[in-house]
Design a protein around this ligand. Structure first.
Ligand SMILES: [Zn+2]
Length: 370
């Protein structure tokens, strides 16, 4: 392969000011202090049951790892936002979020390789669990795995689920340019399947970002398409068929997937494609319906309408993408979610706000009851 994978192509250091940087520089970030309509400002947990399945923490050790790797920005020009636990809890209270299921965002621990990546995964997973212990009933956790190291990932799965009581794993859509249907990753998926684990896919920059992204940060174009690549890899390789107990959760309403779903299903039987799903288009459509999707930065009628063509609302969750959404207007996106929610029958409102998440993470029921 002529183009090597890069965890984050720092376009800002090549002289082009990133989109996110411009947004920040022009002050387009909305005031995060805006109170949530109907929210109990300063009252702490609202008890309304909202669960955020797309929320990030940025441990100091992870921030240092990115900095030590020479990354001033991530994913082709996205500044790493400030994050603190106190700010995160304040955001939750402001937006009526009872529980955040924390994960590392892109590029994740694969910013490092070998033993340093293994140690970083353990450190961020321990810190995520410590946050949950510090604020009982407020935080769930997706552990990070040090892929492509399969053996170390298997050990981290055991540690994360058995010792830390994690709620699932977060995987990036590609692992240093390799996609998740790669046969070498099979033992990891089999281990997750035995646990019936929730596998949360978060987009990351693909190989060759500089050309494919038109010089823009990956979230603009390539995040939605890398979500498609990862999902097609998992379905066409047969991984989701052979690991039927996995619950796959995609970010941002599946990215570009809902709009391409019919095409991907229809072409699944072409004889020159190898591997391809044994069950053809019917299997592909069944997998799309079985997958779960969060609405982070995607709670708009167009995205939800397309999503409802391939699945049902009991496979849809609420998400904020905090703190990265701070520069993209988190308050506005939460308001958009509430506007969409208001158009739905009461039982569907409950599903997308918490019901689907509670199906995925049963232990959170005790959080809401507490
Ligand atoms: Zn995110």
């Amino acid at each position: 392969m002529s183009m090597s994978w890069q965890p984050a192509v720092d376009v800002s250091r090549r002289g082009a000011m990133s989109l996110s940087s411009r947004m920040l520089a022009t002050g387009s970030q909305p005031p995060e202090a805006a109170p949530r309509p109907g929210g109990r400002q300063g009252a702490g947990r609202c008890g309304c049951g909202r669960i955020d399945t797309h929320a990030h923490y940025i441990p100091a050790r992870y921030r240092t790892a990115l900095s030590d790797a020479g990354l001033a920005t991530v994913d082709g020009g996205v500044p790493l936002p400030p994050w603190s636990l106190a700010d995160h809890v304040a955001m939750m209270d402001r937006h009526g979020i009872d529980v955040s299921v924390l994960s590392l965002s892109s590029p994740g621990v694969q910013v490092l390789e070998g033993r340093p990546a293994v140690k970083l995964a353990r450190a961020v997973n321990d810190e995520g669990a410590a946050i949950g212990a510090e604020h009982p009933g407020r935080f769930g956790l997706f552990i990070s795995l040090p892929l492509p190291d399969v053996q170390a990932s298997l050990e981290e799965i055991d540690y994360g689920f058995d010792t830390l009581k994690a709620d699932g794993v977060v995987l990036m859509t590609n692992i240093r340019g390799r996609y998740l249907g790669d046969p070498e990753f099979l033992p990891v998926f089999e281990a997750l399947d035995r646990r019936g684990a929730v596998v949360y896919l978060h987009p990351t920059a693909p190989c060759g970002l500089g050309t494919a992204s038109l010089g823009m940060p990956a979230p603009v174009i390539e995040f939605p398409f890398d979500t498609v690549r990862a999902t097609v890899s998992l379905i066409y390789s047969g991984r989701l068929r052979t690991c039927p107990n996995l619950r796959l959760l995609l970010s941002h309403a599946g990215g570009a997937l809902p709009m391409l779903a019919s095409r991907i299903a229809a072409m699944s039987g072409l004889p020159l494609i190898e591997p391809r799903p044994a069950g053809g288009a019917e299997e592909v459509r069944a997998q799309f319906a079985k997958i779960y999707y969060d609405l982070a930065l995607s709670a708009n009628p167009t995205a939800l309408g397309a999503l409802r063509e391939i699945t049902t609302l009991d496979h849809v969750t609420f998400g904020t993408d905090y703190p990265f959404s701070g520069s993209l207007g988190l308050d506005r996106h939460v308001q958009s979610f509430e506007a969409i929610k208001a158009t739905l029958p009461p039982e569907d409102q409950t599903r997308i706000e918490s019901g689907t998440a509670l199906d995925l993470f049963p232990r959170l029921r005790t959080f809401l009851a507490g």
